[in-house]
Design a protein around this ligand. Structure first.
Ligand code: AP5
Length: 215
């Protein structure tokens, strides 16, 4: 099964993708996570991507397509995956179609998390993540047991540099201008697109996602 988790920054793609991956055994492929790992490791990709990410802009398509291609084509024998944060442009969507044709797998579902802009701004201002194990928390909605400390591994939590208010505003604009139109691409084709109300508790959103996938 191949599922695309779609939605604005802070809609809950990472949170829901993690839960879906646990429930289905599918691999979650997050382009944001791959890029942050590259930035942390100081690789050439990370050095190239960092200035786009810090400014809330999209990393150029050729870089992103190259990054995802490795994982998708390497997944030939696997049961499928959950894409979080890719595709974000029509060019990326077309490139993904070519990759999937090559491995003979169709996209089963595009799941769109709809969340109001006000909720997004609040969620992203409260997001804290663990640089050690990748766990994600929220000061307002999903706090760790000990403030500032990861429940899973005990490491100190950090705030993402692109969660600063002005950058969040730019990321939202970029989503509306460059990414949301990709839904038109899928609606024009035969891929099922399900809109899910994302302004609800995490468990309720997860239930709706699973229902949409027939799980
Ligand atoms: P990426 O990491 O993909 O960022 P994003 O799409 O902006 O999404 P986020 O990770 O901010 O949010 P999310 O939807 O995963 O929400 P989360 O579950 O964390 O990309 C970062 C950057 O990398 C981009 O800006 C771009 O520069 C670059 N990039 C990545 N992919 C690219 C591509 N394909 N092409 C070009 N550039 C690319 O939840 C957010 C917070 O809310 C958390 O604190 C969480 O605990 C909380 N929360 C979640 N669900 C709920 C709920 N139901 N109720 C209350 N709180 C909730």
């Amino acid at each position: 099964m191949i599922v695309i988790l779609f939605g604005p920054p802070g809609a809950g793609k990472g949170t829901q993708g993690e839960l879906l991956a646990q429930a289905t055994g599918l691999r979650k492929l997050s382009t944001g996570d791959l890029l942050r790992e590259a930035v942390r490791d100081g690789t050439p990709l990370g050095q190239q991507a960092r200035r786009f990410m810090d400014a809330g802009e999209l990393v150029p398509d050729p870089v992103m397509v190259g990054l995802v291609k490795e994982s998708v084509l390497g997944d030939r024998a696997a049961r499928g995956f959950i894409l979080d944060g890719f595709p974000r442009t029509r060019t990326q969507a077309q490139a993904l179609d070519s990759m999937l044709t090559e491995i003979g797998k169709p996209i089963d579902n595009v799941l769109v998390l709809d969340v109001l802009d006000d909720s997004i701004v609040q969620r992203l201002s409260g997001r804290r993540s663990c640089p050690q194990c990748g766990a994600v928390y929220n000061e307002y909605f999903d706090p760790p047991a000990v403030p500032g400390t990861c429940d899973r591994c005990g490491h100190a939590l950090v705030q993402r540099p692109d969660d600063e208010a002005a950058t969040v505003k730019r990321r939202l604009d970029v989503y509306r201008q460059q990414t949301e139109p990709v839904l038109g691409y899928y609606r024009e084709g035969k891929t099922p697109v399900h809109a899910i109300a994302g302004d609800r508790p995490i468990e309720a959103v997860q239930d709706s996602l699973r229902k949409a996938l027939g799980l």
